[in-house]
Design a protein around this ligand. Sequence first.
Ligand SMILES: Cc1cc2nc3c(=O)[nH]c(=O)nc-3n(C[C@H](O)[C@H](O)[C@H](O)COP(=O)(O)OP(=O)(O)OC[C@H]3O[C@@H](n4cnc5c(N)ncnc54)[C@H](O)[C@@H]3O)c2cc1C
Length: 432
Amino acid sequence: MRVSRLNATQDPTVQAVVNVRGSMSEEPVHILGAGLSGLAAATYLAKAGREVHVYEIRSDSGARFDGDFQGIENWTSSESDFFDEMRDWGLDPEEFKSNDFDIIDLIHPDDEITNPITEGVAFRVVERGTDSHCIDQGFKRMATAAGATIHYDTRRRPEDCHIVAAGPKESSAVAFGEIFHTDHPNHVSFQLNDKLAPGAYSYLIIIDGIGLICTCLWRKQKRTSRYLNETIAWYEQHYELNRRPIKRVGGKGDFSLPDKYVHDGRYYVGEAGGLQDFMWGFGMRYAITSGVFAAKAILGESDYEVEVRKRLVPLVRASAINRFLMNRVGDRGFKLVANHWMRNQRKKGDGLVFMRWLYAPGPLRLMLWPIVKAGMLRRKQLKDGRMVSRMPFRDSLSRDSWEPSPQAEEIAAQWESIRKGGGSVSFGESDA
Ligand SMILES: Cc1cc2nc3c(=O)[nH]c(=O)nc-3n(C[C@H](O)[C@H](O)[C@H](O)COP(=O)(O)OP(=O)(O)OC[C@H]3O[C@@H](n4cnc5c(N)ncnc54)[C@H](O)[C@@H]3O)c2cc1C
């Protein structure tokens, strides 16, 4: 690996970086970002006996999130269960709380509800945040138990790190959600609806009396909270929720394909490396996997660029092709997708087969790749010199303007009074 040109500095750790890059010596490894990708890398390296330092700008792991539920998918590999893969890498999924799901309510754009179902685990729901049962805290415990040192509230230059795991920088899409108390049993709904979630989908997740209703916006909007209010109104009309709001949450996703995953001797992992699912935004599996791949490369066990291109880029590329196709359709196209999914389930006897097929496109869809690149992605040079093909946040369409329903207005007023009473918002319209 080539030695990167570093600014002259007296910092001995910077010198260590030079040494590692130059000689793959046993010098300390420096990682930027204590999210899932950074901590996965830190755990693997520390378990192998390396001295590891992780630098995190926030005060704790998971502080980027605020108690929202996310799903770890189990469909991008048909060969293994992701938790078994984690165990093979020395990562213990029992360190954090997770709930398995084999069935969802699939809500079609015309409000029909059907049930994709599988025999194994389709996905697991985990909580993001700083509470001890959250996945972020589980990964923090694994990294520290392995011997890594995490420096919180610490800013460090990417140039002074071996692994850049600093998460998304720009917005290609955003998600807004509300967390609430509910009496409804554990449940997951996934709704394809171009009005409530422009270009994307909304979801309802309920785990042990806590619910999350979230809407994803793949087209940029003004006054984004109206989409969330209208989505909540929809779910309230279709499910017995007895919803008591707690807080509102959200975040952004950065979808890009860099020309290289190792740049100037640094490994870019997780969303910092653009490893995200363009279609649905399922980035956690990519984050953990790429963190481990980078650690293996530093230990000389494999070549990061090769592994990422072989194992992850084809999936990201397939998701980008699917996203391109989805961007071309509205609710009518979403209905076709939902119907096709259910037809496929009836034929194959397993709802997960369709999801796997989406990530293993045949030659016809792969032939679309040059069109996708030219039509959906924009070339951009990032501040650190990396060239990426990134998906810009798309403009809104005329059909995105509509008058809120009276129920959504009531939900907006309800939230306003909760907010004034101290209800927190961890990601607002101005963060998008
Ligand atoms: C609302 C929302 C819902 C989502 N739902 C899902 C889902 O259901 N399933 C799924 O798989 N994925 C989901 N994702 C995506 C998933 O959360 C991310 O892809 C994943 O967390 C990326 O991991 P990471 O390690 O790359 O980045 P992160 O987990 O974001 O970690 C990056 C860390 O780096 C820190 N950092 C940033 N800049 C610096 C700096 N300069 N110096 C030091 N530290 C820095 C950050 O504070 C953060 O802790 C969702 C994302 C959002 C926003």
